[in-house]
Each structure stands twice: as structure tokens, then as C-alpha cells.
Design a protein around this ligand. Structure first.
Ligand SMILES: [Zn+2]
Length: 326
């Protein structure tokens, strides 16, 4: 069952991706000159991010100083994504590949190998965040579809960017890395980074005010997949349950029954679906608990405006969640 669902998803994703790349490929040659070896021409420096979220955080960190591209288009699931040979070809032209790590987008590593890139050309945003950031990782699902064999960070929740303070760390890391690669642009990147960090700090404050206006006993949510742990920690929201631990998995009848009990017990009146994951499980849970299914939380991918940026997606999530408490 699980296997079939994954395969079906993978096939449709691959087909969509190939046609997308055929279109994108025509422009790519003209838009971005070949990357410079040894950092000669800054304008030719190309950053490729695994997802639309990390590409937008790169935009916040770097402004218009370099070219930024994305592998997975907005609205497509990162967890079960299956890259095509054309993706490896695109990566070959990148100066820096940005990924999350922590089991979210490990497929990028095999893609890198296929593209003949070295690990020096990769920045794993979530890996090895040190204590100078006072960051504490949450435990979570491995998010690794082949069971996480040999995966050293399988127990860490990878969705760090859903706490704005985590996103700020990502922005700092991107800016530091590219400024080191392109010293001639260091000042420009510093300016972009500071403006980006100020926007993220303003977002964080705005969300803090919004959530704290709601009585803490009412701050309870149910989401589709286990992505909102850092977000919930930041704004003191209780996650009553999730429909699936990670996309590509199906809950058992027993797990669904337990979630229904939890929803009834906690008095949760709405459950959230996520944009890229239509879920029959949530519909079933809603039918049995009388809760409403609220659509369109953004977790691993951006969406249409106003959720077409990190800041917009976070504001959209926060206003939907806060509204559900009332
Ligand atoms: Zn996720």
C-alpha cells in the first residue's frame, strides 16, 4: 500500500518535472552564464536550492547578488521527490547547492554525486547548528522513505525553518558561505542579510503577539504531517496529533482511532491539511470528530501569492492557525 502510493506519486512527480525542465532548460542557457571557476565573475555565481523555501531564504540572505534557482517546484513534496537525470545535469552548473539535510532532502546527495560535485559545494542548512545559536533540536520522524538505513541524523526533526529563529540561522549561514566564496560581494551580501534578518525578526515578533493574544489552553492543532514541532515550540502551541508521521506513510486504523480520541479529548475543532498533500485520512478524521478540515498550511513548499515567499507563507499559516482557535 505504502509502496504503491509512493511509486504513483514519484511517477507523476517525475513526469511533471521532466516537462517543467524542458521548458526551463530553454531559458537556462541564456539567463545564466556558465559558472566561474575560481570566482572570477560574481554575476555568474549560481545557487541551487532543493526547495522553494530554501531558495527564498537564499533570496533574503543574498538579495540580487547572485543567481538563485530551485530543484523542486513550489507545491511538490520534498520527502517523496524523485529527481531525474536532468536534475543532475542542472546541478553540474551550480556553484553552491543548498539543502536542509537531517533526512529531509537526502536525494540531493546522490544527485550531487551523479553531477560530479564535491561535498565542498554543498551547504546543509540544518546540519550541525552549534550552541552559539542556543538551538535545541527536536526529535522527529526520519523523513527518509527507505527507512533511514545508515542515516546518522534520522531522529532529528528537520523542519527547523518553521521557527523564524531557525530560518534566521539558515539566512546567516547562507550569507556567510557565499560571502566567503565571493569576497568582492561581501558588503552587498551583508546589507541583504541584515535586511532579511530584520524582516524575519519582525515576523517572529508579529507571530508572538498574535499567538499570545489567544488563551494558551486553546492553542491546540492537528496537522497532516509532523512538520510543525519547532513552530509549535516557538509560539507555545500544543500539537494534539498528526495524520501521518511523514509523507508517503499511511496511518494504521489503530493510529487513526487514537488520533480521533485525542481530538475529542482535547476539544480540537479543526484539523489542518497541507497544500501539497491532499489527505483522505484527514477527511475521515473530520467526519468522525465533527472537526473542520482547514486547507493550506505551508510546510515544506511555498505556494501561490501571498504564500509565494517564506514571510508570506509563515504569515498565512499563523493567521489560519490563530483563526482556528476562536
Ligand atoms: Zn516535511
Amino acid at each position: 500500500m505504502k509502496q504503491n502510493a509512493e511509486q504513483a506519486l514519484g511517477t507523476s512527480v517525475s513526469a511533471a518535472l521532466v516537462s517543467l525542465l524542458l521548458v526551463a532548460g530553454c531559458n537556462a542557457g541564456a539567463a545564466s552564464p556558465s559558472p566561474s571557476e575560481g570566482g572570477g565573475d560574481p554575476a555568474a555565481y549560481t545557487v541551487i536550492a532543493t526547495t522553494s523555501v530554501f531558495a527564498d531564504l537564499a533570496q533574503l540572505a543574498l538579495g540580487d547578488s547572485v543567481t538563485i534557482e530551485t530543484i523542486i517546484p513550489a507545491g511538490v513534496d520534498v520527502h517523496t521527490f524523485e529527481p531525474s537525470p536532468a536534475d543532475a545535469q542542472r546541478l553540474a552548473g551550480a556553484d553552491l547547492i543548498i539543502m536542509n539535510g537531517l533526512g529531509l532532502d537526502e536525494w540531493a546527495l546522490s544527485l550531487l554525486e551523479a553531477a560530479g560535485k564535491s561535498e565542498d559545494e554543498v551547504l546543509e542548512l540544518g546540519e550541525g547548528i552549534d550552541e552559539s545559536h542556543a538551538w535545541i533540536y527536536l526529535e522527529g520522524e526520519a523523513h527518509d522513505e527507505d527507512g533511514g538505513a545508515g542515516h546518522e541524523h534520522g531522529g532529528t526533526d528537520p523542519h527547523i525553518w518553521l521557527d523564524p529563529q531557525g530560518a534566521a540561522i539558515y539566512v546567516e549561514r547562507i550569507a556567510a558561505r557565499v560571502a566567503a566564496d565571493l569576497p568582492g560581494l561581501a558588503m552587498q551580501i551583508e546589507g541583504a542579510r541584515d535586511a532579511g534578518l530584520a524582516e524575519i525578526a519582525a515576523l517572529d515578533e508579529e507571530l508572538r503577539v498574535g499567538f499570545s493574544a489567544v488563551d494558551s489552553t486553546k492553542r491546540k492543532i492537528v496537522t497532516f504531517h509532523d512538520a510543525f514541532g519547532y513552530f509549535a515550540r516557538a509560539y507555545e502551541v500544543e500539537i494534539v496529533g498528526v495524520a501521518v508521521e511523514a509523507p508517503g506513510q499511511e496511518p494504521s486504523a489503530k493510529e487513526i482511532a487514537a488520533l480521533i480520541d485525542a481530538i475529542d479529548g482535547a476539544g480540537v475543532t479543526s484539523v489542518f491539511s497541507e497544500v501539497q498533500f491532499p489527505s483522505k485520512v484527514l477527511d475521515q478524521i473530520a467526519a468522525e470528530t465533527g472537526a473542520t478540515v482547514l486547507e493550506d498550511l505551508f510546510s515544506d513548499a511555498l505556494g501561490d501569492a501571498p504564500a509565494d515567499s517564506y514571510l508570506g507563507a509563515m504569515r498565512s499559516n499563523a493567521s489560519a492557525i490563530v483563526a482556528s482557535f476562536r
